[in-house]
Write a protein that binds this ligand. Structure first.
Ligand SMILES: Cc1cc2nc3c(=O)[nH]c(=O)nc-3n(C[C@H](O)[C@H](O)[C@H](O)COP(=O)(O)OP(=O)(O)OC[C@H]3O[C@@H](n4cnc5c(N)ncnc54)[C@H](O)[C@@H]3O)c2cc1C
Length: 552
């Protein structure tokens, strides 16, 4: 997997553009009050970055070279800067400014579990800090060393542990090395006819180990489960040896050690291998678009779907604001597209009585045999109809499926124009969905008003469960002229996060805690819960050599 840009999302040369989306510039100008024509705020040049000299004593360097080989030890400036942070908005703003704090002194690239163990021993012997690095896509500040860290900092890049080792076909279990990226994993599984079915939006630039260490969730989680469901067995190099959990379907061996590693963000050890549940590649896969008269109707339909016997792969419904945004990102329409959308609009307004400003765009995904997909589409169609919704076919779903991995580039596009854009996501029981949504929208709007800025806050439901769902909020605002963008971002982000925990929702459904969300942990899992985690981390890693400062 190629390294991402040091200052932004994805690969060099790949960017989000509004050129082929004629409605986007007017939309952004209307809601954020900026002219999108030309970028106004470029990142500093790499040559001008004040990259500090590495703190890498000769003895430590030699020991690391013995552990992984000289070619796999790098103190290169770019390598160290790329591994310094993840891709949270704060990370992006600081990197773009050239504000480097405690960057790693060295990057090592082990190629086996044996080498990971040797790196662990070396770090303990030399009193150095280890930060496991998967794809570097963390959005919650899970990768940066504490600013006041005085010990040498080693970033352990897992990219060379990238192989599918074995498939236990009767059990549908795959043994996989933890550094494998999403695309590499799916390509290796596909040659054997399988899929993991885990497709987070960060899929091209994230890894199996990172997913496990952050309790990630992918778009098709309604069918396949979250990574916590998919991960059955683990191998983890810890300060006291290699921890192994068996890939059994269920076990009664006390509190689950497997669950303790899930979401541990590198604080308990380095995950080298996981045994994950895989499924045969589906014969058919389709995502259909639907429109509901309102977001409330869409939410009610998703709840009814979760309660029904239907088994779909994707459930997603956007509020009216996000629906307007999605329409604004449509590519230049053909004459046929224009005629079709005019006819659809007429039908929605005149025949169904929709208010186009209030309607909610939804996607529902189906996977499995032809017969299964046909049966499910019919059953879902009845539920959608009962909630006033309408199927608009597979075209919008196919488009959404294609462009979902491009969307992450939009935060850089906005930052290039001086605008802050970010996300906050949560989960709650179905009964709390509407109150949490209303409270968050009110809190976000209040934050924009208090700051005196133009902002836009939108939401969609993703990931439905029997007892509840995930709500995913996206926001953007134009900072005050000459204002501190990070301080203003904190006001908006905190207002949203605080509203989650004040209203019975969790601080994050799948983006993890890191440093960004740590201040809400006690309100989410209670103070004794925080103390239990602290005891777990301190007991496993008394010298605090493993990614210190994250989670608690
Ligand atoms: C634009 C964007 C979209 C995103 N979309 C989604 C999404 O749809 N769903 C979702 O769940 N998340 C999403 N994320 C968040 C992020 O991609 C996930 O947290 C992902 O799981 C991180 O994987 P990674 O390999 O990049 O890990 P990294 O970012 O490299 O690391 C994340 C944490 O895991 C630890 N870690 C990494 N590898 C190991 C290992 N082998 N052993 C022990 N610890 C390890 C690191 O030390 C760090 O604490 C998104 C992020 C961005 C920026």
């Amino acid at each position: 997997m190629a390294a991402m840009k040091w200052w932004g999302w994805g690969l060099d040369g790949v960017e989000f553009t509004h050129d082929d989306k004629p409605d986007l510039a007017p939309f952004i100008e209307r809601v954020l009050g900026i002219q999108v024509g030309l970028p106004t705020a470029a990142p500093v040049r790499f040559e001008d970055l004040p990259v500090p000299q590495p703190d890498l004593p000769d003895g430590l360097r030699r020991a690391l070279e013995e552990a992984v080989g000289p070619d796999a030890v790098s103190a290169d400036r770019l390598d160290r800067v790329v591994h310094a942070r993840g891709k949270s908005l704060r990370d992006l703003i600081l990197q773009r400014r050239g504000s480097l704090t405690r960057i790693p002194d060295v990057v090592v690239r082990p190629a086996s579990e044996h080498q990971v163990s040797a790196v662990m021993r070396t770090a303990l012997e030399h009193d150095a800090v280890l930060i496991p690095f998967g794809g570097g896509s963390s959005i919650s500040g899970s990768l940066e060393a504490p600013g006041d860290e005085t010990r040498p900092v080693i970033s352990v890049d897992m990219a060379r542990l990238d192989r599918l080792l074995d498939i236990d076909a009767p059990s549908r279990l795959a043994r996989v090395q933890a550094g494998v990226s999403g695309p590499d994993l799916e390509a290796q599984l596909a040659t054997r006819g399988y899929t993991l079915g885990h497709f987070p939006d960060s899929f091209p630039h994230s890894t199996l180990g990172g997913w496990i260490a952050t309790r990630s969730s992918g778009m098709q989680s309604d069918r396949y489960g979250d990574i916590a469901d998919l991960t059955k067995g683990l191998r983890v190099v810890t300060p006291s040896g290699t921890l192994v959990t068996r890939p059994v379907p269920a076990t009664s061996t006390g509190p689950s050690v497997r669950q303790m590693v899930l979401g541990s963000e590198g604080r308990l050890g380095i995950i080298t291998e996981a045994t994950v549940e895989v499924r045969q590649l589906p014969e058919k896969r389709v995502i259909l678009g639907y429109l509901f008269p309102t977001f409330a109707a869409g939410l009610a339909a998703m709840r009814a779907l979760a309660e029904s016997e239907c088994s779909v792969s994707v459930t997603r419904v956007s509020d009216a604001r996000e629906t307007q945004f999605s329409f604004a990102t449509r590519k230049t329409p053909t004459i046929v597209d224009r005629l079709q959308s005019r006819a659809l609009r007429e039908f929605l307004v005149r025949r169904l009585g929709f208010d186009v400003e209030a309607m909610a765009l939804s996607f529902i995904g189906y996977e499995g045999s032809e017969a299964h997909v046909t049966r499910e589409r019919k059953a879902v169609g009845r539920i959608v109809k009962a909630h006033g919704g309408l199927c608009i076919g597979s075209g919008p779903g196919a488009l959404y499926d294609q462009k979902k991995f491009d969307t992450p580039y939009i935060r850089d596009f906005l930052l290039d124009r001086g605008v802050a854009g970010d996300v906050s996501e949560t989960a709650m029981p179905w009964s709390l969905l509407a109150p949490v949504y209303d409270a968050v929208i009110a809190a976000g709007e209040r934050a924009f008003a208090d700051l005196g800025v133009m902002g836009y806050l939108m939401c969609h439901l993703s990931h439905s469960y029997h007892a509840g769902a995930c709500l995913y909020f996206t926001f953007a605002f134009t900072p005050t002229p000459g204002g501190d963008i990070l301080a203003e971002y904190d006001v908006v982000k905190s207002a949203i996060q605080q509203t989650f925990v004040d209203n019975g929702a969790t601080l994050s459904h799948h983006h993890a805690v890191g440093t960004e969300h740590a201040r809400w942990l006690g309100q989410d899992i209670s103070q004794p819960g925080v103390e239990m985690l602290r005891a777990l981390f301190d007991g496993t890693d008394p010298g605090r050599h493993l990614n210190p400062g994250k989670i608690v």
